[in-house]
Design a protein. Structure first.
Length: 826
RNA sequence: GCCGAGAUGGCGGAAUUGGUAGACGCGCGGGUCUCAAAAACCCGUUGGAGCGAUCCAGUGAGGGUUCGAUUCCCUCUCUCGGCACCA
């Protein structure tokens, strides 16, 4: 057998073609014995090429999937393209081409020139592309299901408007007051939009977190994002106008005897009716000012409290206190009831507002016996205490008082216990071109009517002028042939909705489509979904924690509730790859430090590149990309190649008698404990995505093999030759396949089971004892395994190095950890 | 401000239930080969002292528990991520 040089280019091309030809990675979806659905977040073609972050994500996910396959699972690892959306469209605009041209070209490049070169187990026969009418037909169908479930609402609301992208954004797409895509300052705009009532699922989204194996920090992000607050809505009647009242949501009703004012959000619907004629001008001016504020640079906005008195007062039924009603922009219209009752003694914001407005401060909680007047912001503490100055609540600990007063308020009909969420409804309208048209039709007579399912898809027309014009309506509004249609109900003339849906809707259900791509007449086949869903492992970036990963769960829950399947969480297990940075900074086009993997893959091979990336650090932490390190992986593979394929050793494999031990070699047989320990370590690490330590132990095995291979018996050598390629297979699929073939085993290594280790082989015949004196290491020496404790102590005390330390001292105590350590305390 | 994660050689990072800190790799130093260089291979590589055996110090800082602490507890500093006037 000729070894030949390790020519990664030839090897990788050879096996990629072979695997493709043999459909090696296409599983039988109808007859899985042990299914494993390994889902990887699909890319969006918003740049000319994939970068190393993608390779990192896919490399790790694929290595894990390959391990699962070698455990006997039928692993389904599909891939696709999230090709609709603002990100892809903005890219097309930047390079001054049409998305209809750019997107297919990028997808082709991603798939053919980049992803297929990675040597991943992607099943390309089930590729999904969200811009394909056969796909977005069903995205529109999902919209109709939402409508059917009563979760679609059209409302005119102040929404986040990006002047750069000339469209509305979801709350999740606004980062620090900027558009997450183009970083323009987001403005407030009053527009009629389509919303999904995700807030109705807030409790479900929270509760579901307890039953899925997702990272705790991801769950914490979602919990915080959903922001459940339990409290009470208290109604305060307006003084002198018994028919009018204001509802304030509070989580701290036990402090309500200390309430001295009420503040409405500037957008609160009652502002006009509560403003007295004398205050009208001031309130009007203030509201104008607030409107402009959102257009101003956010960083210049001071957190100083501002506000204007409406002239009205309301009554606190608890103590008949007369409280001025103000308008202030620190109160948010979309949280709670859009109005706040101010207790300045026990809330820092209320305190600041009271100081600004000259409103009195009444202390109602004592802390550690302190009942003094509150005169400074630092004294406003919001944690536990005992109630004072509050009538029947006096002397109660705050927890008890909270329940008592809520009972009291409810009994008297002054309020109702309630729950508020930070989560907003999901605004899915986009005034853009590159997305699935929202399947709604407006008829003068019938109002808004959904497009009948049989008429799907509502095709996105191919138009040349696709740029948004900022009119508040999308580019489709300019296409008369698209807009003009017939009402599905009365068949009179009607107009189509011209907005397209948010990209996050495209990706909120894609996991359902992959196993059913060949079914043109339905979004997913019941039998296939039953066999393959939910997803067993989902891998992707944590940046989607409060966006895609919430919508993904929400849409699954709704379809479940409509009876389409019996699971209500899309993915049982989720893990995130860490962020790959370059020179300590996040990779970005603007920094110019984006690393394209193609060059490295050509030079070092996909095997070495994948392995290097996974070796950088813990997979879930990511790390700094440093191209010098690739050499390490490359040298490792060269070494393995040489050791396993050295002709003399191969000859040894063939000759039954084997070669005599090399000169100077030990008489006794070399133990394969290292091999078995590596099998155990690599398997355990792969299961936990600890790729870096798995690779380190493989490298150790390589070093050991290089030193010891000359001492192995033919049987041991056979075991090594059949084990090592299988250990390498998840990390370096091409190299492993080539070694497997060259060593004379039958195709394919990727149909083999992962090696099994023998517990008894792990045990060496001797162990190294660490000797400590007063906890400091002073000596180490080797002892036989079956030695008794008293013999260990005796042997230890005889050691010269130990005696030196014990000289003239009394041994107080001896601690022995079997087969590990002995500590002599003097 | 609140929530979450973290801090270990020149660098990336290892270290089962507390039990030899620095595995593995990069880089660096020395050597072999070469007319020479690169590559490859071999040896060394936490800091300090010593020719050396060896000794001392050492896992962000300070304290504590323990025979023994990177690991557990308390206090503090800094870094990163998320949220941010959310009542």
């Amino acid at each position: 057998m000729r070894k030949g040089p390790y020519d990664h280019q030839a090897i990788e091309q050879k096996w990629q073609e072979r695997w493709d030809h043999d459909h090696l990675y296409e599983v039988d979806l109808d007859h899985p014995k042990k299914k494993f659905y390994n889902l990887i977040m699909f890319p969006y073609p918003s740049a000319a090429a994939l970068h190393v972050g993608h390779v990192y994500c896919y490399g790790g996910a694929d290595t894990y999937a390959r391990y699962k396959r070698m455990q006997g699972y039928d692993v389904f690892e599909p891939m696709g393209f999230d090709a609709f959306g603002i990100h892809a469209e903005n890219y097309a605009i930047t390079i001054k081409e049409h998305p209809q041209v750019v997107v297919p070209r990028n997808v082709e490049h991603f798939r053919e020139d980049q992803m297929k070169k990675l040597g991943a187990m992607f099943d390309w026969s089930r590729e999904v592309n969200t811009t394909d009418p056969d796909y977005y037909k069903w995205t529109q169908w999902v919209f109709l299901q939402m409508h059917r479930a009563g979760l679609v609402e059209r409302k005119v609301a102040a929404v986040d408007w990006c002047p750069g992208c000339k469209t509305v954004l979801a709350n999740e797409q606004v980062i620090d007051g900027e558009c997450e895509r183009c970083h323009s300052q987001v403005e407030q705009k009053e527009l009629a939009q389509w919303f999904f009532k995700i807030t109705k699922y807030a409790d479900r989204l929270l509760a579901g977190l307890d039953k899925i194996d997702w990272p705790e920090r991801t769950k914490a992000l979602q919990k915080h994002w959903i922001g459940k607050k339990v409290g009470i809505d208290i109604t305060y009647k307006i003084d002198g106008q018994p028919d009018k009242s204001v509802v304030c949501f509070t989580t701290r009703p036990e402090t309500n005897f200390g309430a001295t004012f009420v503040v409405l959000a500037p957008e609160h619907p009652f502002v006009d009716s509560l403003t007295t004629p004398e205050q009208r001008a001031a309130v009007g001016a203030y509201r104008e000012l607030v409107k402009k504020k959102s257009d101003m640079d956010r960083t210049e906005l001071s957190k100083e409290k501002t506000g204007v008195f409406t002239g009205s007062y309301c009554i606190n039924d608890l103590n008949s206190a007369r409280m001025p009603v103000w308008v202030g922009d620190f109160v948010l219209a979309h949280f709670g009831s859009g109005a706040v009752v101010g207790v300045p003694a026990h809330d820092i914001r209320d305190f600041e507002f009271a100081q600004m407005a000259g409103i009195p401060v009444i202390r109602v909680l004592e802390k550690d016996g302190d009942r003094s007047e509150i005169t400074k912001g630092e004294q406003v503490w919001e944690d536990a205490g005992t109630v004072m100055n509050s009538g029947f609540l006096d002397g109660m600990p705050w927890e008890q008082a909270r329940e008592a007063i809520m009972d009291h308020i409810e009994k008297n009909g002054w309020g109702t216990r309630t729950v508020s969420f930070r989560l907003h409804d999901w605004c899915i309208s986009r005034q853009r071109y590159w997305g699935p048209p929202i399947p709604m039709i407006h008829c003068e007579k019938c109002g808004w009517v959904p497009v009948p399912e049989k008429d799907l898809p509502v095709l996105l027309p191919k138009i040349v002028e696709y740029l948004p014009d900022g009119s508040g309506r999308g580019p489709l509004a300019r296409v008369e042939s698209f807009v003009k249609t017939e009402c599905p109900v009365c068949h009179g003339p009607a107009e189509r909705e011209t907005d397209v849906s948010d990209t996050f809707l495209d990706s909120a259900w894609y996991q359902l489509r992959y196993p059913s791509t060949e079914f043109g007449e339905k979004p997913f086949d019941d039998e296939r979904s039953r066999k393959w869903l939910p997803v067993d492992m989902y891998i992707g970036g944590i940046e989607h924690a409060t966006m895609h990963l919430i919508y993904f769960r929400f849409v699954t829950m709704v379809l479940h509730d409509l009876g389409y399947f019996d699971f209500d969480e899309p993915s049982l297990k989720l893990r995130h790859q860490g962020l790959i940075i370059k020179d300590g900074a996040k990779m970005s086009k603007s920094r110019g430090n984006v690393v394209n993997p193609d060059e490295y893959i050509r030079k070092f091979g996909a095997d070495a590149f994948r392995t290097y990336m996974l070796f950088i650090g813990p997979y879930e932490d990511g790390g700094d990309f440093n191209d010098r390190g690739i050499l390490g992986a490359s040298r490792f593979f060269e070494k393995v190649w040489d050791v396993l394929l050295t002709p003399s050793l191969s000859a040894k494999l063939a000759s039954e008698g084997g070669l005599p031990p090399l000169a100077g070699g030990p008489e006794t047989k070399v133990s394969l404990a290292k091999l078995h320990a590596t099998v155990k370590k690599v398997g355990d690490d792969l299961e936990n995505l600890h790729f870096n330590t798995a690779i380190a132990s493989l490298m150790e095995l390589g070093n050991w093999l290089k030193e010891s291979s000359g001492y192995l018996s033919p049987d041991q050598w056979k075991e090594v030759c059949s084990t090592v390629p299988r250990l390498l297979a998840p990390f370096a699929p091409h190299l492993a396949e080539e070694l497997w073939e060259k060593l004379g085993f039958a195709y394919s290594v990727h149909n083999q089971l992962f090696p099994i280790y023998d517990e008894s082989e792990l045990v060496e015949s001797s162990f190294v004892l660490t000797v400590q004196v007063n906890g400091k290491v002073r000596d180490t020496f080797t002892l036989p395994l079956d030695i008794t404790q008293s013999d260990v102590e005796k042997a230890t005390l005889e050691r010269e190095k130990v005696q030196k330390w014990l000289e003239g001292k009394t041994v107080k105590k001896v601690i022995y950890v079997p087969r590990k350590l002995i500590n002599i305390v003097i």
